[in-house]
Design a protein around this ligand. Structure first.
Ligand SMILES: Nc1ncnc2c1ncn2[C@@H]1O[C@H](COP(=O)(O)OP(=O)(O)O)[C@@H](O)[C@H]1O
Ligand SMILES: [Mg+2]
Length: 263
């Protein structure tokens, strides 16, 4: 967090700061926590911050137009009811706005295409959360790498908190689970949530060792190439959590849907 704070303090209008890590390494969480500091947000950005989350459901061109529109409405403080305007006029308006508000912070979350960087180049301060820093080639950009994940101590503290025991009481499998996950925050958080649900069987009883081994073995079964490995393991954790649901819960899970506000 200190490194991010420092990077934000040194970030100048027109320049970029990139947080670089694989998905699930805590980029969005870290930014959100850092920007909750009111003093920092006021001193550096006069509280003008626009968080734009890019999804992968749309084509890049559609994504850009949708997000330019949303930004335009947020900047103008309008409801999202008016008809979309053309891409050029949106960019013209936003460039004009940010030329007078170049202290503002634009947060481009989950951006992996250069076209998006170009479309949102408005001369203000820009923070980019990405898995690929090549998209910022040629821009004035500082990069913060965050592929470290949690330390064993941090992972064990989260497991212990979820189960309600002291970290020293955790069995060796807990540490091995951390190692298999390489401390990836998303995986550790998912395990913690799962452990909270089954905490009794992880603390006591004849099956205690078997329960811990069940989780460890589910992870170990997935052995593959380096980058794919994290994703496969993530899938294994999802499957493992789903397999532990009751019949009713599985039904809820399968019929669960989220409707974003602008649908
Ligand atoms: N510092 C943290 N403490 C506890 N859990 C965390 C922390 N950072 C990340 N996580 C967990 O990991 C998940 C993934 O983090 P996220 O910020 O969404 O990653 P990214 O943006 O890099 O894909 C979060 O939903 C949260 O559960
Ligand atoms: Mg994220």
């Amino acid at each position: 967090m200190e490194q991010l704070r420092k990077g934000l303090e040194e970030l100048k209008p027109s320049n970029y700061l990139a947080l670089h890590a694989l998905p699930g390494y805590g980029k969005s969480t870290l930014v959100s926590e850092t920007l909750q500091d009111d003093d920092l947000a006021t001193d550096l950005f006069q509280k003008e911050m626009y968080w734009i989350k890019f999804g992968s459901e749309q084509s890049v061109a559609e994504n850009i137009l949708t997000q330019l529109n949303m930004l335009f409405h947020r900047v103008r403080n309008l409801d999202l009811l008016t008809e979309p305007t053309s891409e050029d006029s949106l960019k013209y308006f936003l460039r004009h706005h940010f030329s007078k508000h170049n202290h503002a912070l634009l947060i481009l979350d989950d951006v992996n295409r250069r076209e998006i960087i170009e479309a949102f180049d408005f001369g203000c301060k820009t923070l980019v959360l990405t898995t690929d820093t090549d998209i910022l080639r040629g821009k004035k950009c500082d990069i913060i790498e965050m592929n470290e994940g949690f330390t064993p101590k941090e992972s064990l503290a989260l497991f212990a908190k979820a189960i309600g025991v002291d970290a020293s009481e955790l069995p060796k499998q807990a540490r091995q689970i951390h190692e298999e996950c390489k401390g990836m925050p998303l995986m550790i958080a998912m395990f913690s949530a799962q452990f909270e649900d089954v905490k009794e069987s992880l603390i006591e009883g004849d099956k205690r060792a078997d329960t811990w081994s069940y989780y460890l073995d589910a992870l170990k079964k997935k052995k593959s190439a380096v980058l794919q490995e994290s994703l496969d393991k993530l899938k294994a954790i999802f499957e493992m959590c789903i397999n532990k649901l009751s019949k009713d819960e599985i039904h809820y899970y399968e019929t669960f849907a989220i409707f974003p506000e602008d649908c």
